[in-house]
Design a protein around this ligand. Sequence first.
Ligand code: HEM
Length: 536
Amino acid sequence: MSSAAEFLQLRYIPYLAAGYAIYFFLYRVVLYPRYFSPLRKVPGPPLGNPLLGHYLTIVKSESCIPQREWTKAHGPVVRMMGPLGAERLIFTSPEALHQIMVKDWIENPRPSFMRDVLGLVAGYGLLTVTGDAHKQLRRSMNPAFSIPNLMAQTDMYYEPIEGLVEILNTQLKAEPAGKVFTMYEWMGKVTLDIICETAFGYKTDCLHNPSNELAVAFEQLLSLQDGVNLAKLVAVISIPGAPRLLTSDFLFRHRAWVGRLPVISTLEHLIDSLHRIRTISRKMLREKTEDLSVAPEDMSTKKDIMSLLVRARKAELDADPSVEAMSDTAMVDQVLTFLAAGHETTATGLSWTLWLLANDQESQRRLREEVTLVYKANPRPDYRTLKSLQWLDCVVNESLRVLPPVPTTFRMADKTDYIEGVLVPKGTVLNIPIRVINTWRQVWGEDAEEFRPARWLTGNLPKAYNSTFSNFSFIAGPHGCIGKTMAVSEMKAVLLAMIANFEFAPAYRGQVAHPATAITMKPEDNMPLRVTRVQA
Ligand code: HEM
């Protein structure tokens, strides 16, 4: 080809690019969703801003409130719009949830933006793999979450819990009228101490040592959690290679540059905290592996998740040295997943439970009556005792129902298929709004959004209640939360000690809840509550 012809072709590139941009905007963004999409007849709110759809409404509102309004107005399947004409479907009925999350879970994996965000902050582990790789990984993790192992772990909760009781008691000694504590911070510290011990067998004691490296790194990471930062992060990691770059040593060394960039300067703190968390996790893994080589009999008494994984890997290699066992990096990722997935969720659940009890003094009084006798007999009740307390169970179920720590999740249709009578094209993002599902009026009645623990008492559950799909806080199916039983048991152990020792009330008149719109629905104001000592 002559150089003149080449020149002519190059000249057209900007025109072609501009033509494609105009086509894309006019057809994909404006015309397609309005006139051609097979989803155009699915009910939903007006399409909104063509560039951003309902994106801004969602990130700027309290988590799941727009979705709740839309499903109230349009029914259990709703079409909404993402940015640039991307259609999304909201599904809420048990039939649809069964198909998406249980029956066809492999055809409806987590979308890549969600896997990238979770992989970045919580490690490339159970939260990011799917299909056969997930089945295999989950099989190797299940023993760590078996009931016998959880029973053996329960005692590990109590040192941090007793530390917290002691700290609050000390600070309240000279305060007969009580004092305001930001309870989310304290719940974050106690659950971090507990998960570090149960996941790594590592004592952080960040309750007494607020400058603990891991605690500081997590605090920094969690302070970045809000809808706007999440939206920026999703945009950045959609650039190919960005997720790996963000955890690289190179970017860590040059993070100050990132801090100087407009709009995404907060990434500097993200890179910093992720690097610190990974470094500490690697150190803990190294110590575990050395432990294993020197004291095998001691290791068999260790019940933390990492010891179990290290032992399982060694057994696998001993049986067949040619086997491809999990690498150290993969192992760190697995444990990082438990640390991230198990710490903040439980802290958020506990904070909202205290908030709900602070606003329902009768339920709080009844809970105190139930737990005080148990606590006085033994301040370290075992797994079975925690499970047997009826009102405590009602309170935890109801709190997780009305204010679920993970308020929403997503899947992506990997093949074109009918879901609840709607032909869903391959590539459509499916939104599963957990908070909306949990407060569905057709199941829970007119007071569905209110905290009423008594609805969980035997015989009180509504006729339409479905034990798998009506309270969806831990979702269901092969990706259902592996830590569900552990989280519930841990929440009960913390609440029992809190309610037996302290009374909780709102911090000030007219206080309202501020649930954040992020991966977890943490209280944006860190949940100030007035705490007083229970009179003996
Ligand atoms: C109240 C506390 C908790 C809540 C509300 C919660 C909620 C959830 C939800 C909704 C999912 C599904 C996410 C999705 O696929 O979209 C999930 C998955 C997961 N959770 Fe939890 N979680 C809690 C505590 C824990 C704890 C304590 C651990 C571990 C120590 C844990 C570990 C995990 C893991 C590893 C997954 C991924 C499971 C898989 O895909 O196989 N979670 N959790």
